[in-house]
Ligand binder design. Structure first.
Ligand code: ARG
Length: 388
């Protein structure tokens, strides 16, 4: 009995994979695993229905809490970012892959499969986790170089019902929504308003600003307007709140792992607000030296996650450092949401390194500073003199 477990999304690529795994690769049993990391409920429902028709067995795993606790919270602590991208798809793939591997191991499957093409980053992210096991790895769409057109023909032949080709390729989870393809492939083309689902345009946002307060404990967001919330609810609520003010749209040229440049559009209101608030709070409680050094660590973290290399020991090494720095990152940040912008308007922490004794208004012992000032810029002055 040849059994394979497929990372199933409900879309065309992964749906076509099911008959292909049987007919072309000779698997007797295909188990479809759909991992819920916060996709729209309807997509999940339709995906499960479709998988039931196509696969021999279907497993739906609600991984939202785990996604937030073990992936998004570390991302916030690391100010997770890659070239301005909040790493939404990137951070979810390793978890989806891990869940697929778990099912494969529990069901004695000999292989795991994904439906990624040979062009993007996701194939690498799945493969990195899949290949760390003894399981065979199958990637039918990539291996057979299937085009979307061929997939549609194949789907029709197998009575896999799909509306006509979707205009954009969309990937959505709790942290972000990514929109690619069609006219967006032209870096010069302005994104049409219809690509957005979570955010209104800046112009349509209400004139009246909204204030909110986010509370952090050791780098993890735990309260919204003083109300304690679990991570999933907090992020969902912030996505809604921020979306109504048009916060969190990104349009960038991104360097993919393979070296291609891609034009990417994202929306991510909660991510924008949480990352901004977290970074600001760090500015209040970490030393200048910590902040400088951590910026480099954060960047390394973002690159590793973008590449899907969470198995690299460096990932744990970086997290160990980052976690150590988060001990004092407790406090609240006030954000003002208005017309597409979330601005920090106040912050407070019991661990603040800010001293009112040297603030703008305080009468300080400024005479003491005179000595320091004499030698400030000393080397630069010397160079200029000798060159003249
Ligand atoms: N460029 C992003 C990444 O590599 C997002 C890709 C999302 N895929 C999509 N079909 N929209 O993580």
């Amino acid at each position: 009995m040849k059994r394979v477990v497929l990372a199933y999304s409900g879309g065309l690529d992964t749906s076509v994979c099911i008959p292909v795994l049987r007919e072309h690769y000779g698997y007797d049993e295909v188990i479809a695993v759909l991992v819920d990391v916060g996709q729209p409920e309807l997509d999940i429902k339709e995906g499960v229905d479709r998988a039931k028709k196509l696969a021999d067995a279907v497993t739906l795993i609600d991984a939202r809490d785990e996604f937030v606790r073990d992936y998004l919270f570390p991302l916030i602590k690391a100010n997770g970012d890659y070239e301005g991208y909040v790493l939404g798809t990137a951070i979810a793939r390793p978890l989806i892959a891990k869940k697929v591997v778990e099912v494969a191991q529990n069901r004695d499957a000999e292989a795991v499969a994904h439906g990624c093409t040979g062009k993007g980053n996701d194939q690498l992210r799945f493969d990195a986790i899949f290949r760390a096991t003894n399981l065979a790895v199958v990637a039918p769409v990539r291996e057979l170089s299937l085009t979307r057109e061929e997939e549609h023909v194949y789907a029709a032949k197998h009575n896999i019902a799909f509306e006509s080709e979707k205009r954009w390729s969309i990937d959505e989870n709790l942290w972000s929504r990514s929109i690619e393809g069609s006219e967006l492939e032209d870096p010069a083309a302005h994104p049409p308003e219809e690509i957005y689902k979570w955010t209104v345009s800046q112009d349509a946002a209400p004139d009246k600003p909204e204030l909110l307060q986010i509370g952090f404990e050791h780098g993890v967001p735990v309260t919204l307007n003083e109300e304690r919330m679990d991570g999933v609810s907090l992020i969902t609520t912030l996505n809604e709140l921020g979306g109504t003010h048009g916060i969190g749209r990104t349009d960038i040229i991104e360097d993919r792992v393979l070296g291609f440049k891609a034009r990417e559009n994202y929306e991510h209101p909660a991510a924008t607000m949480l990352l901004k608030a977290h970074r600001d709070l760090e500015g209040l409680v970490l030393t200048r030296n910590e902040l400088r050094f951590k910026a480099a660590v954060d960047q390394a973290w973002g690159e590793l996650v973008y590449q899907g290399l969470l198995m690299d020991p460096l990932y744990d090494d970086l997290n160990a450092f980052i976690n150590q720095t988060q001990k004092p990152v407790t406090g609240t940040v006030h954000l003002k949401l208005s017309k597409g912008l979330a601005r920090v308007v106040g912050r407070a922490s019991p661990n603040a390194l800010y001293s009112p004794a040297v603030s703008f208004d305080a009468k300080a012992e400024t005479r003491i500073v005179e000595g320091f000032s004499v030698y400030h810029g000393f080397q630069s002055r010397m160079i200029r003199r000798s060159c003249e």
